[in-house]
Design a protein around this ligand. Structure first.
Ligand SMILES: CC(C)(COP(=O)(O)OP(=O)(O)OC[C@H]1O[C@@H](n2cnc3c(N)ncnc32)[C@H](O)[C@@H]1OP(=O)(O)O)[C@@H](O)C(=O)NCCC(=O)NCCS
Length: 155
């Protein structure tokens, strides 16, 4: 039996999404930044729910957005104890399907140069390194921009 299920996020998930975001991603985004993204792009937010407990706890989320005419992944995270079980894969596939349904065929994202786990994950998902943005993060770290094109033909 599956251990988790992916579904569209609802407004009642927002507090948990903020918790997951802040706990798992090195960010200066505040709760209100995250809430603003959520209300602007709710359609592109998905959550992973653990089926192991009766409470159906949220164990991961992905937050997508539309930026300059293409899909963008603003944040994705899975709680530590649930990683390497395909949850991240399920989340990213869900948001990619939503982009594709809405005729966005390209997806971009930024990742910290030092975040090799996420880099491995994105490369496994078919994302290709496009360019570097020097000093992108508030602490001065560079961002690597990754892109996935032609979503439809890949799925
Ligand atoms: C990146 C992240 C979302 C991946 O979630 P996950 O549920 O562990 O990913 P999956 O189990 O679906 O992994 C799919 C594949 O990606 C690759 N991968 C994922 N994590 C990896 C790691 N730590 N090291 C190497 N490869 C990894 C593997 O190929 C993996 O397949 P495998 O387990 O069969 O080898 C998770 O590590 C995370 O929450 N990290 C902290 C938050 C973060 O950095 N987010 C990205 C910046 S916004």
């Amino acid at each position: 039996m599956a251990e988790f299920r992916i579904r569209k996020a609802a407004e009642s998930d927002l507090d948990e999404i903020i918790r997951l975001w802040k706990r798992n991603i090195r960010t200066i985004n505040t709760a209100s930044d995250i809430a603003e993204l959520f209300y602007s792009f709710e359609n592109y937010f998905f959550v992973a729910v653990s089926l192991a407990s009766a409470e159906h706890r949220l164990i991961g989320f992905v937050g997508g957005a539309v930026r300059q005419g293409h899909g963008h992944i603003s944040g994705i995270a899975v709680d530590k104890e649930y990683r390497r079980r395909g949850v991240g894969n399920g989340l990213i596939k869900a948001v990619e399907r939503e982009f594709s349904t809405n005729a966005f065929d390209t997806v971009t994202l930024e990742v910290r140069q030092s975040n090799w786990r996420a880099i491995r994950f994105y490369e496994k998902q078919g994302y290709k390194r496009s360019y570097i943005v020097k000093g992108y993060y508030a602490d001065g770290e560079d961002a690597l921009v990754y892109t996935k094109k032609k979503l439809k033909s890949l799925q």
